[in-house]
Design a protein around this ligand. Sequence first.
Ligand SMILES: Nc1ncnc2c1ncn2[C@@H]1O[C@H](COP(=O)(O)OP(=O)(O)OP(=O)(O)O)[C@@H](O)[C@H]1O
Ligand SMILES: [Mg+2]
Length: 523
Amino acid sequence: MKKQGKSTDEMSKTASQVYRVLLIEDDSASQMALQPLVKEENVVCDYKFAGSVSKARKILDSEKFDVVITDYLLGDGTVFDIFELLTDTPVIVVTGSGNEEVAVKAMKAGAYDYIVRDPESNYLKVLPLTIENAIKRKKSEDKLRILDSAVSNANDAIIILEAEPGKMRGRRILYVNGAFTRMTGYTFHEATASTLRMLRGPKTSLAALDKIRVALEQFKPVRVELVNYRKDGSEFWVECNIVPLADKNGLFHHWVSVQRDITERKKAEEEREGLMKEIEAMNADLTELNQELETIGVERTMSLMALTVADRIRNPAAMIGGRCKRMLNNNNISPDMKEGLGNIMEGAEKLDKIVKDFETLLNERQYKFKYEDLNRIVEKVVSVIHKEAKVKGVEMKVTFSNGSLRMKMHKDLMRVAVFHLIKNAFEATSEGGRITVKTFKDGDKVILSVSDSGYGIPEEDVEHVFRPFFSTKERRFGMGLPLVKQIVSEHLGNLLIDSESGNGSTFIMEFPTSWLDNNPYDR
Ligand SMILES: Nc1ncnc2c1ncn2[C@@H]1O[C@H](COP(=O)(O)OP(=O)(O)OP(=O)(O)O)[C@@H](O)[C@H]1O
Ligand SMILES: [Mg+2]
């Protein structure tokens, strides 16, 4: 849409603009001439007059002005004395004609503009415009100063690039702020003699660079995350935003790139991903463990059955077989009886065979009890749980006995038992807590203790915790500790608790060191 003229709102804004001006000169004629002229120019100036440096000083002590207009030479000083009185107000210097050199000197010393006084006082006509320009310039300078300080003090690296690639491969860097130097190690001069290529290296993603290249070719903003390299060769991750800058005619003249160091974030992300993977692996481990446990459970039932069946059948069958044999040796029995006894003998022999088969099964299970190092079992379980403990903020401390703790055990069952104790400790402990696992020999006992700084067990619950289905946790089976107790007793050990509500718990497994003599499955 074509742009219309100024809106009434804009007009009224301009009309109501009143500038406070201090005029320092002693020519009262030009003072009189000022008021009507400025009104014609649609700029309203509220003038104050001072005839000397000392009078100006007095006024400036208590009042603020948008602009100060002063003669170069004043009765009691010069424009330089006026500069000393002002810190932040633009000064316009008025000189006599033929005195432009003086005016240039004043400009160098900080004047905003100068006007040459002519005998016909024509200079007064341009005064309103000069005043307005000086104020506008001051305002945009203030704005620039703020922007400049924001850019140079920013924590993110800010880079300005030329719009199109020149002789260098890539767009030349025209400006970098202090954060860029802090982030990359390259000085302003090193950076401005180069392109962004100096930050790239082997781990910089080619896909990200391609995305940048396409965006730059199409003059479109782009945002990517990529690895950059410092001057010393070290890597860091940045989030890089590149935006084209266009002038008011829509022509692109520069690129601005803002780069934020996201190394810490990336590290945390990678660590989280790593931990997630480990937790997934741990879950897989747990599932495997549970499957193992099921198999063990089935096997165990079969073995116990075998034991019972063997015990109950072996003797009666042997007895029947023996009696039949004796009876068959008796010459007085009829052929019918002989046949019948022969059948019974056959049956007894079959039973004996079944008993032997069961015993073989039992023996196979017995092979699962082997000499293993308890420390290795604990180590394996801890390696599964400690990552999860780290995520939760629970410290895990493990102290192994000096030397190995070889004992006869069913290692899968033992693993399950150790796992449940540490898992319970982990569940009872909140962030900042600690779990301590220790293995050691105490006389003729092998000890494994698991302590935690968790919520502990109330006195009235201690006697119930080994009961199947006793649980104070939501949606849990309460099968952990009964299983642990069962496993420990299968290893002829004891399971002890030392716990107090609010004061953590210690679970201790005690095993005899002399196994071969006592193993129930060795008989
Ligand atoms: N280290 C411990 N600190 C505090 N309380 C514990 C600890 N270990 C066990 N308990 C208490 O004993 C109860 C029974 O534990 P158990 O391991 O048998 O079952 P669970 O952990 O509740 O459920 P499951 O193990 O079947 O998932 C728990 O619910 C808890 O109240
Ligand atoms: Mg449990």
